[in-house]
Unconditional design. Structure first.
Length: 318
């Protein structure tokens, strides 16, 4: 699938839309969600039919408003644009947080975009009774909350969407968003999708403080190291928590066994990993990771190497 751009258009709250953009861009690499803050002149109660006429030529646009829709729907979706309302959510339904509600509704909007169906077809293929599936024809926000808790796109609906030529990598994006929303209802540790955990020997303070941390900070990423986390946990527990809670892991290989343990744990969790090995060092890389991709560095090129890696591979974050 070619990378596509989707517009997230804020009609109300700039901070809210920016947070949505950060999360959505952090969850996947195939879509670039571009955030727009536009002061639309819309009524306190929005007519969907009038809105649809005005925006029918839009291309992959999702409008988000706190205003009420005149038919009391929570959202409307067409094959090229969507309108989502979070009217009265904070007052009557939170928690879950309004961000999680909007993510859930956005996952439905991009499902429609990917499958190129219109709202009439969506209604025809939806579940008439709520089963906790994204494709439920929800008649109340309680049923939406049920779907958010389930985080489910059922197998029947997946098969149906494949008939409309939705692709597996597109389905994976939808599932990633649903998993994120479902975790809002559990004790699961939320992942910082701009977070980078550094795996290295603790005596490499100069490289960390003078090169790695400033480089990642300049990119807008949050950098952490287990010995820099100030809490009551042991170093071991800090390591586990930090790897769990950060999307990215940067590994500076050495002969330190802890480094290999942390690297292995990050692999098991399927983290996005950059592996670095110092140039002209005689230490051998362990045989079971010899076929892994790693980059050789010295202090003169380390900053450029790290920045280039993130900008090229995860360009939708920047």
């Amino acid at each position: 699938m070619d990378k596509i751009d989707i517009k997230l258009i804020n009609c109300d709250d700039k901070l809210l839309i920016n947070e949505l953009g950060d999360i959505l861009n952090g969850l996947q690499n195939l879509i670039k969600f571009n955030v727009y803050n536009i002061n639309l002149e819309i009524e306190d109660i929005i007519s969907w039919e009038e809105f649809k006429i005005t925006h029918q030529k839009d291309n992959y646009s999702i409008y988000i408003t706190k205003n009420k829709l005149d038919d009391n729907w929570f959202s409307h979706n067409e094959k090229n644009f969507a309108l989502i309302s979070y009217f009265d959510w904070d007052e009557l339904y939170a928690p879950p947080h309004v961000v999680d509600y909007l993510l859930y509704q956005i996952s439905l909007a991009i499902t429609i975009f990917f499958s190129s169906i219109n709202e009439r077809t969506l209604i025809d293929i939806s579940h008439t009774s709520a089963i906790g599936c994204l494709m439920d024809a929800c008649s109340s926000k309680d049923e939406i909350i049920y779907g958010m808790k389930s985080g489910l796109l059922c197998q029947k609906c997946i098969s149906c969407l494949r008939e409309y030529r939705i692709q597996d990598n597109q389905l994976n994006i939808i599932k990633n968003i649903l998993n994120y929303v479902r975790n809002a209802f559990t004790n699961a540790q939320k992942v910082n999708y701009k977070g980078v955990f550094i795996v290295m020997k603790f005596d490499n303070n100069k490289i960390y403080e003078k090169i790695i941390e400033p480089t990642l900070t300049r990119l807008g990423l949050k950098c952490s190291r287990a010995d820099k986390e100030y809490n009551d946990n042991t170093i071991y527990q800090n390591v586990i928590d930090c790897i769990n809670s950060n999307r990215f892991v940067v590994v500076l290989l050495s002969n330190n066994k802890n480094v290999y343990f942390e690297y292995g744990y990050a692999i098991a969790l399927k983290k996005d990993i950059l592996v670095l090995k110092k140039k002209n060092v005689k230490e051998k890389v362990a045989s079971d990771i010899n076929n892994h991709i790693f980059y050789e560095y010295d202090e003169s090129n380390l900053s450029e190497l790290v920045e280039s890696f993130f900008r090229k591979k995860y360009s939708n974050l920047f």
